[in-house]
Design a protein around this ligand. Structure first.
Ligand code: IMP
Ligand code: MG
Length: 175
């Protein structure tokens, strides 16, 4: 599979990340939170975003897998996350690459609330709102993208293309 078209240039992403960080600072108004980065896709977005945030935060990681090597979700997300003491009584900002069906966000949110998180907000570089219930919305997001499979800036297809500094569309998505 090859890259069909560039959807978002590196410079556009860089400028928008600064604005999203400002929105996050405004929301937390100086109150400490836990930034929970969803591996692996959010790694590059989170690394850029966190260097623009001025509010104090603690950094944690979670992993959730749904896609395998396909371009359509395979099953309900399985969550691996930090220990209870890192979550309970904390405000959690979940950072992920893309909000698509919302299954990952919902599974992580439920997982965090079961562990007594004070609040859970979701921040996504990309919003793909075409295949989900209208009630599932990102609290913060960078860009809305069309209903296509995208790669780059952390997002992969079968673990490839994560290193592209821009967001691109794949030429022939697998069925
Ligand atoms: P959701 O659970 O359907 O919202 O999807 C969330 C996860 O699916 C994201 O964190 C990505 O890892 C993956 N994903 C969804 N759409 C795409 C895409 O267009 N390209 C690459 N990964 C995607
Ligand atoms: Mg992901």
């Amino acid at each position: 599979m090859t890259i069909a078209a560039t959807l978002l240039q590196a410079r556009q992403i860089e400028a928008r990340v600064v604005q999203v960080a400002k929105e996050i600072d405004k929301h937390y108004a100086g109150d400490e939170f836990v930034m929970l980065v969803v591996l692996k896709g959010a790694m590059i977005f989170a690394a850029d975003l966190m260097r623009q945030i001025r509010t104090p935060f603690l950094l944690e990681f979670a992993q959730s897998r749904t896609y395998g090597d396909s371009t359509t979700p395979q099953n309900t997300p399985a969550v691996i996350g930090p220990d209870l003491e890192k979550i309970s009584d904390k405000h959690i900002l979940l950072v992920d690459d893309i909000l698509d069906t919302g299954a990952t966000f919902l599974a992580l949110k439920e997982w965090l609330l079961e562990r007594e998180a004070l609040s859970v907000r979701g921040c996504f570089l990309l919003d793909k709102p075409w295949h989900r219930d209208a009630s599932i919305k990102p609290d913060f997001f960078g860009f809305q993208v069309p209903d296509v499979f995208v790669v780059g800036y952390g997002l992969d297809h079968a673990e490839k293309y994560r290193n592209l500094p821009y967001i691109a569309q794949l030429a022939n998505p697998a069925p």
